[in-house]
Design a protein around this ligand. Structure first.
Ligand code: HSE
Length: 291
């Protein structure tokens, strides 16, 4: 018996919702899994350089966690993965691999674990629930992970909400992008983010797209991470004058993300602005319209 799981990419934070907001994007990875006599791991597509194909592979290890949690033993697996999600760009590629492995392994054992239980394992692995929550539940996910437990609520994105991403041609590790953040923040910055993130969730829940412009601002991580991505500061300050509802760093970056009203007449202008701003800094970027 073989199972195939299709998992979406995701964007985390949406600006102010650091480690707590995620949104699924229609860019996918596929994982095939079967119980076997011998473990084989096949990685297809050009996003896979440097990923191990032995039992140290993340998908293999995560699948074993599902079996362990469910109290069954299947040490050998036949795994194949194909992904359109670029690696280390802030589009949740590792979260997609984790969710694909969890869902695939769980399907192989007759779905002994609930999605909530899979979400707990995934959050424990990532230590933040934003990308994994979005990849598991889809839509927009509001979530916390307190070190022991993860809880979440899914919001249905407004039908007119579109996403434009500009994916720079360089990689940036989450570790490095978290490393530039301060260990402590001021009460002023904490309140700034709390209020903006709350307003953003309310705007997204009620379809008040006009409010996104005011809400999608952050003081906790983007000001520090901007030094790692040339052009980011200009995009954060000016993209809304070129048709974006709001703009943010996608996860830990370097991908930049704009939320856009599908009815806006400025889609081509915004896309050109994103590309040109990064190009002026010597950064080649691929743009994609997602939702
Ligand atoms: N919330 C995480 C971060 C997502 O911004 O570091 C990246 O994995």
């Amino acid at each position: 018996q073989k199972v195939r799981v299709k998992v979406p990419a995701s964007t985390a934070n949406l600006g102010p919702g650091f480690d707590s907001l995620g949104m699924a994007l229609n860019l996918y990875a596929w994982i095939d899994m079967a119980i076997s006599d011998q473990t084989t791991i096949q990685l297809l597509g050009d996003q896979m350089n440097g990923i191990p194909t032995d039992k140290s592979n993340l998908i293999y290890k995560v699948a074993q966690m599902v079996f362990q949690e469910a109290g069954v033993i299947y040490p050998e697996l036949e795994i194949a993965m194909y992904s359109d999600i670029p690696l280390t760009r802030g589009l949740g590629s590792s979260a997609s691999a984790i969710i694909g492995a969890l869902a695939g392994a769980n399907a192989l054992i007759g779905n002994k674990l609930t999605p909530y239980e899979l979400f707990q394992i995934a959050s424990r692995l990532e230590k933040h629930p934003d990308n994994v929550g979005a990849s598991l539940y889809g839509g927009i996910v509001v979530a916390f992970w307190d070190g022991e437990r993860a809880e979440s609520i899914r919001i249905e994105p407004d039908v007119n909400l579109e996403v434009l991403v500009a994916i720079p041609a360089f990689q940036l590790s989450t570790e490095k992008a978290r490393g530039v953040m301060p260990k402590q923040v001021s009460m002023k910055d904490a309140v700034y983010n709390l209020s903006h993130s709350s307003l953003l969730v309310a705007a997204l829940s009620t379809g008040n797209l006009g409010m996104i412009r005011h809400a999608m601002k952050d003081a906790l991580h983007q000001p520090y991470r901007a030094e790692l991505i040339p052009g980011m500061k200009t995009l954060l300050e000016q993209a809304e004058h070129h048709g974006a509802l709001g703009v943010a760093l996608s996860g830990a970056g370097p991908t930049m993300l704009a939320l856009v009203d599908a009815r806006s007449g400025q889609k081509a202008e915004l896309e050109a602005f994103l590309k040109d701003t990064l190009a002026k800094e010597g950064i080649e970027a691929e743009t994609l319209w997602l939702r």
